[in-house]
Design a protein around this ligand. Structure first.
Ligand code: UT7
Length: 317
């Protein structure tokens, strides 16, 4: 199995506060802050998702003391690929020179990074890879209707990455368990209105916010409790919750269900907004760089997004 040996992230330079948005959308800092916890977000100008992914990926490789040529696998979780094909992972391979890596994208929207961690499990279990790079990267701003205040204030762009390496028999750190699920009956509650099957544009985001909120809260609680139960672990075993950063109220509700005090919950939604598949690795790297984790800490990662897709990962740091 694998352990995480490096993290990295990248945010575009164009930072917009809630105040900035309120100059061209009918919204306010107080509404966005009270309902979501978001204070600012970053939007790309000229960069593509692959550019964000390259910067986060290289930072993670540096943190892990590996080179691009050491990689056997690159998985990019994204719902905003540069092109319909080839995969953004193939483009990233070319840009960083990871010539030995098999590369593909995962499209599980906000749960994509967790899906990536879960898929990687199989590659390590069957000893097909020694080193993998899992990146969550998004340019969500390209799917936003800036006249729809119910969605455009919620999202941001960015990328986060983790380098995974095969555990040695002596390693006590590493992945404990992942869980991934989908409830396709709810695809209409959160979706774009475009894409290759429908039109020549990718469309824009539409969301029935309250319904999505309700499903997020109940499914995330279940995912987290099920993961603990399957490992015979208690809520008190969790050292840090690293949740998908969609809404501070959803994060608080999961933290409450797990009886976690605020110091144990990594919150970056105020700084990054909802960056979909990038949100967990961005939060992971932020907390790692803050020196929050110590060897042996138990991390619980969880995500919920369009699809509905959801899942979690228990990791010993
Ligand atoms: O990452 C994928 C998963 N996504 C999520 O988890 C998102 C889940 N949903 C949510 O986070 C919340 O439902 C939202 C933050 C999207 C919305 O919060 P809410 O408390 O559910 O608000 P609401 O949709 O019920 O809207 C309340 C009011 C409405 O006005 P009326 O009808 O009460 O007069 C909206 O028109 O707030 C209004 N409103 C806004 N006002 C100012 C909606 N958006 C805005 C806005 N600024 N940006």
């Amino acid at each position: 199995m694998y352990k995480i040996i490096g993290t990295g992230s990248y945010l575009p330079s164009n930072c917009l506060s809630n105040e900035d948005l309120s100059k061209f959308v009918d919204t306010s800092d107080s509404w966005i802050t009270d309902r979501t916890g978001i204070k600012q977000r970053y939007f790309v100008k000229d960069e593509l998702t692959s550019d964000l992914a390259v910067k986060a990926g290289l930072a993670a490789l540096e943190n892990a003391n590996l080179t691009a040529e050491d990689l056997d696998l690159i998985i990019i979780a994204t719902t905003t690929p540069d092109l319909t094909f080839p995969s953004t992972a193939s483009i990233v391979q070319r840009k960083i020179g990871a010539v030995n890596a098999a590369c593909f994208d995962v499209q599980a929207v906000c749960s994509g990074f967790i899906y990536g961690l879960s898929i990687a499990e199989g590659f390590f279990a069957t000893k097909k890879v020694k080193n993998a790079l899992i990146i969550g990267a998004e340019s969500l701003s390209k799917l936003l209707d800036f006249e729809d205040r119910t969605t455009c204030v919620l999202f941001g762009d960015g990328a986060g990455a983790a380098v995974l390496t095969e555990k040695t028999p002596e390693d006590t750190s590493g992945l404990i368990r992942t869980s991934i699920s989908t409830k396709g009956e709810f695809t209409d509650l959160l979706k774009t209105d475009g894409g290759p099957g429908l039109s020549q544009s990718a469309g824009v985001v539409h969301m029935q916010g309250q319904e999505v909120f309700r499903h997020a809260v109940s499914n995330l609680k279940k995912v987290c409790l099920d993961l603990l139960a399957k490992e015979g672990m208690e809520k008190s075993d969790i050292d840090f919750l690293i949740p998908h950063q969609a809404n501070k109220r959803i994060i608080d509700s999961t933290a409450k269900a797990l009886s976690l005090t605020p110091e144990k919950v990594i919150v970056t939604v105020d700084k990054h907004a909802n960056t979909s598949a990038a949100s967990i690795p961005l939060a992971l790297d932020w907390a790692n760089k803050q020196g929050k984790f110590k060897k042996g800490d138990i991390l619980l990662l969880e995500a919920f997004g369009a699809g509905f897709t959801f899942g979690g990962a228990l990791i010993k740091w």
